[in-house]
Write a protein that binds this ligand. Structure first.
Ligand code: B12
Ligand code: SF4
Length: 377
């Protein structure tokens, strides 16, 4: 490896990144797979993925003279969960979202690496990305040897598993590329069979519209009724396909990075507490967390679905309050949850809400819920 390449990699390691590699700034190898994925509609409402195709297809279109990508990985699995809430139903939060927002941690860290590169090699231009730009991050990270595409589509690394974030610096500096990681999935299909919503429609192909991560984070409107049961108790993201992977079980490593460590009460929030959050409470509780992305109404929608799946009749009062929430989205999903829980109290609450509900979509959810509990309309 050239001296410059080694020195650049050392700067990233010194900054605290767990995985470091280099890819050439050429067109992404999986561009055709990406285009096909878009054309099949698998991106759902994530319209930003269709923007700037020419920039996504060619790093030099983002940064003229781009030669290399310094690709990094940062472990984020927090280890075993600590929270308990006696017997109250709780929701699950993906382990990537139990700490502070990783963009806020990793972007400044990569910028400081770029500044050190520019100080040592004056005239070098560079752009920093963590999820934020028109870059197929997994494609370049794979080329840089950080891991291979698992059948669940996440990159897996032989030494550490798949629980790591990706980031990269696009550079005009000429660095020596690493050897791409070889595929070690073999005939295993555990992630595909374990996915609760059958979102992994073929090996290496994910239909986002079915993925719990998309449904609980990216989707702004109602969660399709046919998928709500599969969402289970997840209220933000999902880890199932990675948790069942033999590479996670045998080699998965926990983060040692204090900046990405879990925050109290983020892994297993009590669902009733989430449903009672007003705007000020939501903003305060999730100010530094990635969870703020769903906005209050998205998180309360998710909490209602989870309560419909794991709640009991003692949760009817909190769902009854949610039926009066100012957000129609929350009222609609609270109605669905009451229909799942059933019983006389839930039926009375639904009937009462129906008489005053003005929004057609919500009324239709209430009607379906009343049907589900066997009540006459
Ligand atoms: C959009 C997006 C999503 C969408 C779509 C996910 C997806 N699979 O594409 C949704 C909201 C569902 C999502 C969910 C998650 N995401 Co996301 N997401 C992204 C984002 C912004 C773009 C990804 C993208 O371009 N997708 C387009 C499709 C076509 O890409 P793909 O599915 O990876 O498909 C590739 C391969 O399958 C390959 N391929 C296709 N066919 C074949 C055939 C063979 C034989 C082979 C070998 C390969 C291959 O080519 C495709 C194109 O590159 C990236 C950040 C970025 N800018 O890259 C983060 C990113 C991919 N997400 C990340 C994470 C952590 C997650 C979650 C784990 C979060 C969670 N726990 O809820 C889940 C994982 C769900 C899953 N099983 O993928 C990390 C992944 C890190 C890693 N180790 O891989 C990234 C890189 C963010 C980051 N900076 O760390 N995400
Ligand atoms: S994150 Fe969950 S829902 Fe999405 S593909 Fe993996 S197991 Fe399926």
């Amino acid at each position: 490896m050239s001296v410059v390449t080694q020195q650049v990699k050392d700067l990233a390691t010194e900054a605290g990144f767990d995985l470091v590699g280099v890819a050439a700034a050429t067109a992404p190898k999986t561009w055709d797979a990406f285009s096909r994925w878009l054309s099949l509609g698998y991106a759902g409402e994530m319209a930003y993925l269709e923007r700037n195709p020419s920039r996504r297809a060619d790093p030099a279109a983002i940064l003229p003279g781009a030669r290399s990508l310094l690709c990094v990985g940062a472990l984020y699995h927090p280890g075993s969960s600590a929270s308990t809430h006696e017997d109250r139903p709780t929701g699950r939060v993906s382990c990537y979202a139990q700490g502070d927002d990783y963009h806020d941690v990793l972007i400044p860290r990569l910028r400081s690496v770029l500044e050190r590169i520019q100080a040592r090699w004056p005239g070098t231009e560079g752009n920093v990305y963590v999820d934020t730009g028109p870059v197929l991050e997994r494609d370049f990270a794979k080329e840089a040897g950080l891991g291979w595409f698992g059948k669940h589509t996440n990159l897996i690394n032989k030494q550490v598993g798949s629980y790591f974030f990706l980031g990269e610096i696009l550079l005009t500096l000429d660095l020596e590329p690493d050897t791409p990681a070889a595929d070690h999935c073999g005939t295993c299909t555990r992630c595909m069979t374990a996915c609760p919503t059958d979102a992994i429609v073929a090996p290496y192909e994910l239909d986002s519209r079915k993925c719990i991560s998309y449904l609980t984070i990216e989707l702004r409107g109602a969660i399709p009724k046919t998928l709500r049961e599969g969402v289970g108790d997840w209220v933000y993201g999902c880890d199932v396909c990675q948790d069942v992977c033999p590479w996670t079980i045998k080699h998965g490593r926990v983060t040692k990075d204090p900046a990405l460590a879990p925050k109290p009460d983020r892994d297993r929030p009590a669902l009733a507490d989430l449903l009672r959050l007003d705007q000020a409470g939501f903003s305060e509780r999730f100010r530094k967390s990635p969870i703020k992305r769903t906005k209050r109404r998205g998180l309360l929608r998710n909490a209602a679905v989870a309560l419909g799946n794991v709640g009991t009749r003692s949760d009817v009062p909190v769902l009854s309050d949610a039926l009066r929430d100012p957000e129609p989205l929350v009222r609609a999903h609270a109605a669905w949850a009451l229909g799942r829980i059933g019983g006389d109290e839930a039926t009375d609450v639904l009937r009462e809400a129906r008489s005053s509900e003005k929004e057609e979509d919500v009324r239709s959810e209430i009607d379906d819920a009343l049907c589900a509990v066997g009540a006459e309309l």
